[in-house]
Ligand binder design. Structure first.
Ligand SMILES: C[S@@+](CC[C@H](N)C(=O)[O-])C[C@H]1O[C@@H](n2cnc3c(N)ncnc32)[C@H](O)[C@@H]1O
Length: 272
């Protein structure tokens, strides 16, 4: 039997796949970010990050900044900060207001102690050597600085995992299909504190629970389809599984009036 979790770990951290496909543009990331529009309560994540940075002056580096959602907000609210966006995917950086640079979280092009804060938001699970990246965060941030990390719980959006397995099972005619790849499993909210404790003596977790309720399948389908860069990891045709998921959702919504997804994300505020 193949070791599914080892194969998934390799695929989630595969730099060619990340830079060349998953994050070559912000299409798939934006689809995942958009689903939270239907979440109650709604959390203003850039606002929470801005609040955590209220006492920070000087340089703030956003590592794995993606489409710049946090950088754009901070540029408006905190013009006093010297913001720098870094990412391994050149394509996704194209629309982010500079300065930005292509760089790897495990080899940051920054001098020791040169940043007053660092953000590593929903990205450490993509890094092959997480302890090495935590080491880099502690190296580049000044001793009295702050590092803000985010990720999702192992229990986040379980209804989407279930929907995938039902749809895949229907396509294959096997009842239930193989589990879908999880992006955050390697550095989930449950695992993150132990990784971060290696570099930081104080790690405060802010949990962000919520429920997404949709009355139309499309936002959920767009989220599910945003995993297309990992389509080859599953033993079932991707597009057929998405199409089957759409009809399961339509039936569910016709019967119950809505489809609900439970969410649990979190922010970890780390200090030395
Ligand atoms: C899920 S997105 C998160 C984007 C943004 N931080 C946010 O929270 O909206 C993950 C980002 O991390 C980047 N990334 C993945 N591995 C990386 C690495 N080793 N070093 C730097 N960036 C990386 C990806 O290219 C992608 O843009």
């Amino acid at each position: 039997m193949t070791d599914l979790s080892a194969a998934y770990d390799a695929a989630v951290t595969d730099r060619v796949r990340l830079a060349g496909s998953a994050y070559s543009t912000d299409r798939d990331l934006a689809a995942r970010q958009s689903l939270y529009r239907w979440q109650v309560p709604r959390y203003d994540l850039p606002g929470i990050v801005a609040e955590q940075l209220s006492g920070v002056r000087g340089r703030v580096v956003d590592i794995g900044c993606g489409n710049g959602k946090f950088i754009q907000r901070l540029r408006g609210e905190r013009p006093d900060l010297a913001l720098l966006g870094l990412d391994i995917a050149p394509g996704i950086l194209a629309s982010v207001p500079g300065p930005v640079a292509v760089a790897d979280a495990t080899r940051l092009p920054l001098a020791t102690g040169s940043a007053h804060a660092a953000l590593a938001l929903h990205m450490l699970y993509h890094v092959p050597d997480i302890p090495q990246a935590v080491g880099e965060l502690t190296r580049v941030v000044a001793r009295d600085g702050v590092v803000i990390v985010s990720t999702n719980s192992d229990r986040d959006k379980v209804e989407l995992d279930d929907l995938w397995q039902r749809a895949a099972g229907d396509v294959l005619g096997t009842g239930r299909g193989q589990a879908r790849i999880s992006l955050s499993a390697r550095f989930s909210l449950e695992k993150a504190p132990a990784f971060l404790a290696e570099g930081f003596s104080r790690v405060e977790m802010i949990e962000l629970p919520g429920t997404i309720t949709v009355h139309d399948p499309e936002p959920v389908i767009a989220h599910m389809a945003s995993y297309r860069a990992w389509a080859d990891q599953h033993d079932v045709p991707f597009d057929a599984t998405i199409a089957r998921a759409r009809s399961i959702l339509l039936d569910h919504i016709a019967q119950h009036g809505a489809f609900e997804v439970t969410c649990l994300g979190g922010i970890l505020v780390c200090r030395r």
